[in-house]
Design a binder for this molecule. Structure first.
Ligand SMILES: [Zn+2]
Length: 503
């Protein structure tokens, strides 16, 4: 009896599996109609948002130290959620049949879901997830003086680079860097043209600077050339004053800081600041390193404002940062930098940093040599890690030195060896170009603000609402390129910015 029962169960199972296999090939998706799809997508939104909130809390605890942190749990939940066969097949099906969807939000969700599913394939792969989670912990807790351990950690970072590359090749990419550029929303081709534009505009002026330095000093050492490097002056306030100035600066453009669901905690870390959207739009928290200039406070606040004023009301389109492919990082950095840039405008510097008219004139005098040099530094900054991924079999120090020589037209090596012992290698891989692109975005946004509200726009209380209505409110419900185009009247004007710098 038992035996018979067993056989019949087995037979049933085989028939069932066969049925699944046949229907699976004929009709891979289980969601067939548009209304059904909309409900289905809504239910996925809720599950996803809950995992994102957990991710945010654990990441907050990791950096703030307010509680014990366990990023592994939300990572595992996210991995099983995003690799669920039924879910991924439905999204693949509807992505391939996107023209059959008439509801615009559903259409957008399918596009973003597909990007999230493929964008997390590597980082949430069991071979990568565990290695990366452990390595992040070890890098955060490492001792600078423990050279033996640090050598080991360097090897682990290189191993992580190799595993990521291997997984990227399995997905049809030449390397992990090209894969990640795709899922940041820029793509390797756009990025290459971007880097070439910076190179093309800055190289002649940089060479002119080399000639100038040579005629002045008789040699062209980088040390001499770097004397022409200039950053906007960093404005510092006493710790307590940062919040007062931040509040006033926000109030000038029409935001009420006290009503924002955001809080700052000051704590040492290996970054300047980190704004974590634990729940979008209702819970933002910032870890700040002590003694940061006001621009860093405003940058993190910018991240907060964008999230707080996102009004899409759907977990996926609110643009959580935990899954590559969900939000375009360079656009989000651009919004953060837009806020930081207020503290570098003449109107703000006069009001809060006591700049005189002469000092303003001097500060904003065009300096093409400094600009060219800064753009060369940007190239080095954003291309080094990508070169390391492109050349996994070569020594990172040699690779980055070769790049250094090409960028600065020099025979010198980097003054400091390339450092692999950085948490960003693990949790923000190939991220640096996002800051460089952000600089171009913030320029274009500020140009628009100036055109619309006049020179004194940092003290115009309509500006905040303009930012909300034209940039923040969309989350990722609209493509970032369209947001920029619609709000500023043109696509991201890479050449325009470089020309404005005298390049
Ligand atoms: Zn940022």
């Amino acid at each position: 009896m038992i035996k018979n029962f067993t056989i019949s169960r087995k037979a049933q199972l085989i028939i069932f599996m066969f049925f699944l296999a046949v229907t699976g090939t004929l009709q891979p998706q289980t969601i067939t109609g548009e209304n059904e799809l909309i409900n289905y997508l809504n239910s996925k939104d809720t599950v996803y948002e809950n995992i994102c909130i957990e991710f945010g809390k654990e990441t907050w605890d990791l950096y703030s130290g307010e509680d014990a942190s366990n990023i592994y749990t939300p990572k595992s939940k996210m991995a099983s959620f995003l690799t669920d066969k039924e879910f991924t097949e439905n999204i693949d099906y509807w992505y391939g049949n996107i023209s059959k969807i008439s509801n615009e939000t559903a259409k957008r969700k399918v596009i973003v879901w597909r990007s999230v599913i493929y964008g997390t394939k590597i980082e949430l792969d069991p071979d990568v997830k565990d290695v990366a989670t452990n390595l992040l912990e070890e890098l955060r807790n490492r001792d600078d003086k423990d050279t033996i351990k640090n050598k080991q950690l360097e090897k682990q970072v290189i191993e992580l680079i190799r595993i990521r590359n291997k997984k990227a090749r399995e997905l049809g990419y030449e390397n992990y860097a090209y894969y990640i550029l795709d899922y940041f929303g820029i793509g390797q081709k756009w990025f290459q043209e971007f880097a070439e534009a910076i190179d093309r505009h800055s190289a002649p002026v940089y060479k002119e600077l080399q000639e100038k330095v040579k005629s002045e000093t008789g040699s062209v050492t980088l040390k001499e050339i770097m004397k022409y490097y200039k950053q906007p002056e960093s404005i510092f306030f006493e710790d307590d004053s940062n919040h007062i100035i931040m509040k006033k600066s926000l109030s000038d453009i029409g935001f009420d800081y006290d009503k924002l669901p955001i809080r700052f905690v000051v704590k040492p870390a290996d970054f300047g600041g980190n704004c974590i959207g634990v729940k979008i739009p209702g819970d933002f928290r910032v870890v700040m390193v002590p003694d940061m200039p006001i621009s860093v406070f405003m940058h993190e606040l910018g991240h907060g404002l964008q999230g707080i004023y996102t009004s899409t009301n759907t977990g996926l389109l609110e643009g959580y940062e935990w899954c590559l492919g969900n939000s375009p990082a360079m656009f989000y950095e651009g919004m953060a930098e837009t806020m930081a840039e207020f503290t570098r405008t003449p109107a703000w510097l006069k009001k809060y940093a006591g700049y005189s008219d002469e000092k303003i004139a001097e500060t904003f005098k065009q300096d093409k040599y400094a600009a060219a040099l800064r753009m060369r530094v940007n190239l080095q900054w954003m291309l080094s890690e990508i070169e390391v991924y492109k050349n996994e079999d070569k020594n990172p120090a040699e690779i980055t030195n070769a790049l250094f020589k090409k960028i600065y037209f020099t025979d010198e090596n980097r003054s400091r060896p390339y450092n692999l012992l950085n948490t960003s290698f693990v949790d923000y891989p190939c991220y640096m170009q996002n800051y460089v692109i952000a600089e171009f975005i913030r320029w274009q946004v500020h140009q628009t603000l100036k055109e619309k509200f006049g020179e004194n726009y940092p003290q115009n209380n309509q500006v905040g609402n303009f930012l909300v209505e034209n940039f923040y409110k969309y989350g990722v419900s609209k493509d970032w390129r369209e947001i920029i185009k619609d709000a500023t009247g043109k696509e991201l004007d890479v050449d325009g910015y470089l020309i404005s710098l005298g390049l």
